[in-house]
Write a protein that binds this ligand. Structure first.
Ligand code: PMP
Length: 358
């Protein structure tokens, strides 16, 4: 037969996630770490990879890595689960807590993957938009959860792409107000140093997401994890792919995690550069920069697509959100190395000078 019947109907309204990657000499679009894994850690990784058995299946649950993460967070193995990037665990929450006849509460603008996964699993999406300054409309969220039909929520803290932490008092109020599963996405935790970890014991409905992709320079390896109560973790285990975290990734992530102190200097540099970038952007009259607790900065510029193009023509790739809902005229720049940030600022200033002349 030279035809194929249509796929599942809900795919019709979906398009694949697109990180909008384009080649450039200065990559400031994907919130990656500008510093690769430190040399001494790379040497240790290479040493361990040399003795690996590629013919054997990996430990399905990556228990060696789970134990290390648990210990560092004062938890037990059953409170931790690793995934093929945070992305896999974001898919798993939609599989386990979403589905037809179930409801997800989203606080846009935020990481678009949350809503995409909900739609993919046939989950109803209730959007409670953020305020104009991108803070969460806390009263509106609390009022909406009081209706009792929300099955899960995801709050990114710091939020991507807007940059700021959620208020801790609000998150605690939310956890008290609902029995929905509340995922606090702490993908950028190491740059904000704020975590909901202390509240796991009191709140069975709290689960925390973290990743190795940002602070630990492993975006290319795909390793994320959740911290949660054991009964929540058990449900995630039921829906996950058995061998989603391959043996190479487990080995690399273990070496990196054991040596995580080596990443500290890079993290501090990113935090310092973030302050410098916000200060410099704030001096430009055409730009409104939003303060950030993460490794990126959202900024608004009239005619954002032409600013994006101007930067790209000069070899600098930033992320254009100007076509997205709630993000008119917004671009997001990842905090790069000091040299990359200098280059970004210099070219941006040049573009603005040329625009003033035109
Ligand atoms: N959460 C947020 C808020 C993110 O920005 C990202 C990465 N863009 C992720 C989760 C997932 O990261 P990864 O799959 O690389 O672990």
């Amino acid at each position: 037969m030279n035809s194929v019947r249509p796929s599942c109907e809900r795919l019709d309204a979906l398009s694949p996630y697109d990180p909008k990657y384009l080649p450039a000499t200065c990559l400031l679009s994907a919130n990656e770490n500008p510093h690769d894994v430190p040399k001494e850690v790379r040497t240790e990784i290479n040493r361990r990879l040399k003795t690996m058995s590629f013919n054997r299946y990996p430990d399905p649950l990556a228990n060696g890595l789970r134990d290390k993460i648990a210990e560092a967070n004062g938890l037990e193995r059953e409170n931790v689960l690793v995934g093929n990037g945070g992305d896999e665990l974001l898919f798993n929450i939609a599989l386990a807590w979403g589905g037809p006849d179930r409801t997800f509460l989203n606080v846009p603008p935020t990481f678009s993957v949350y809503e995409q996964n909900a739609r993919l699993t046939g989950t109803r999406v209730v959007n409670v938009a953020r305020r104009e300054d991108y803070t969460i409309d806390e009263d509106a969220v609390l009022t909406r959860v009081a209706e009792g039909d929300i099955d899960y929520l995801i709050v990114a803290s710091p939020n991507n792409p807007t940059g700021k932490l959620a208020d801790e008092g609000f998150l605690l109020e939310l956890l008290d107000a609902t029995d929905a599963l509340v995922m606090v996405d702490e993908a950028y935790f190491e740059f904000s140093r704020m975590t909901m970890r202390p509240y796991l014991a009191q709140h069975r409905n709290l689960v925390i997401l973290r990743t190795f992709s940002k602070a630990f320079s492993l975006a290319g390896v795909r390793l994320g994890y959740i911290l949660g109560n054991a009964d929540v973790i058990t449900q995630f285990i039921k829906v996950r792919q058995p061998y989603s975290v391959d043996a190479v990734s487990q080995t690399i992530a273990e070496a990196v995690y054991e040596n995580r102190a080596s990443f500290e200097r890079g993290i501090v540099s990113i935090i310092e550069e973030r302050t410098r970038l916000v200060d410099e952007l704030s001096k430009l009259p055409e730009i409104k920069a939003y303060p950030s607790d993460a490794n990126y900065i959202l900024f608004r510029a009239e005619g954002a697509p032409s600013v994006w193009q101007g930067l790209y023509d000069r070899g600098i790739l930033v992320r254009d959100f100007s076509g997205a809902e709630h993000l008119t005229d917004c671009l997001r720049v990842t905090v790069g190395s000091p040299d990359e940030n200098d280059r970004f600022l210099m070219e941006l200033k040049q573009i603005l000078i040329e625009r003033r002349r035109a």
